[in-house]
Design a binder for this molecule. Sequence first.
Ligand SMILES: NC(=O)c1ccc[n+]([C@@H]2O[C@H](COP(=O)([O-])OP(=O)(O)OC[C@H]3O[C@@H](n4cnc5c(N)ncnc54)[C@H](OP(=O)(O)O)[C@@H]3O)[C@@H](O)[C@H]2O)c1
Length: 246
Amino acid sequence: MQRSILITGASSGIGAALARELARRGHRLALTARRLDHLHSLAEELRAAHGVQVEVAALDVRQLDQVAVTLTALAARLAGLDIVVANAGIAGSHRTGNGDIALDRRILETNYLGAVATLDAATALFRQNGHGRLVGMSSIAAWLPLPGSGSYCASKAALTAYLDCARIELAKHGISVLAIHPGFIATEIAADMERYPFVISADKAAVSMADAILASATQLIVPAWPWRWLVPVAGRLPAAWLARWF
Ligand SMILES: NC(=O)c1ccc[n+]([C@@H]2O[C@H](COP(=O)([O-])OP(=O)(O)OC[C@H]3O[C@@H](n4cnc5c(N)ncnc54)[C@H](OP(=O)(O)O)[C@@H]3O)[C@@H](O)[C@H]2O)c1
């Protein structure tokens, strides 16, 4: 069945790879990000390659009052939405005690409040239809303490907790919730992603993510190995091992 799927942060990395994978499977897409030129080129590529409808709109998810406005406009252009993926996010690391919390604020506003605004706006649309699927792009960082990335880890832990609450709250309204927890995926999010442990390509990650999004999964850890086994003991991993990588 062809579905209408909105993805935030689709101008690069995981969002763009997911858009390519979902278009390849024949789904209609609405793509948002701040870099509208990137979205236009991606949309043209996907329309030409797969003949699917692709709508785009500029959206900075930190502009919280613009999120519902943009989602509503895109939903109208696609004649409704079935699935919304709150994917937009940033990383950023600095050592604790440097006296600058502007980056911490930006991370929380983008990764947590921006995602909450997206999921909240999607829920309002889904409640009118009586069905829908929310997807949040969290991270194994929700559970794995990464030195230098305290606010990034906190933003993802908060998002995971929000998704877990929403799943229980919204089930009776016919709305399902998937939390995706990627490990390390080679994207623009950090300049040196290739050096991170067990890194995989965004294209490879997108195949597993699309499978989970289109099924009824509630959780996805990707790549599964070794994170599905390491995550339960993440808080007890030797600090020296973590400090070596990060
Ligand atoms: N790569 C990894 O290893 C990894 C692991 C776990 C989780 N994740 C999560 O996966 C998601 C995608 O990241 P990625 O790795 O694909 O990185 P990426 O290539 O840097 O993509 C990030 C996307 O988010 C968008 N974005 C950033 N700030 C935004 C804002 N204020 N408003 C709207 N869009 C914004 C960017 O678009 P514009 O700049 O055009 O706005 C871009 O499309 C993030 O939530 C990230 O935390 C990534």
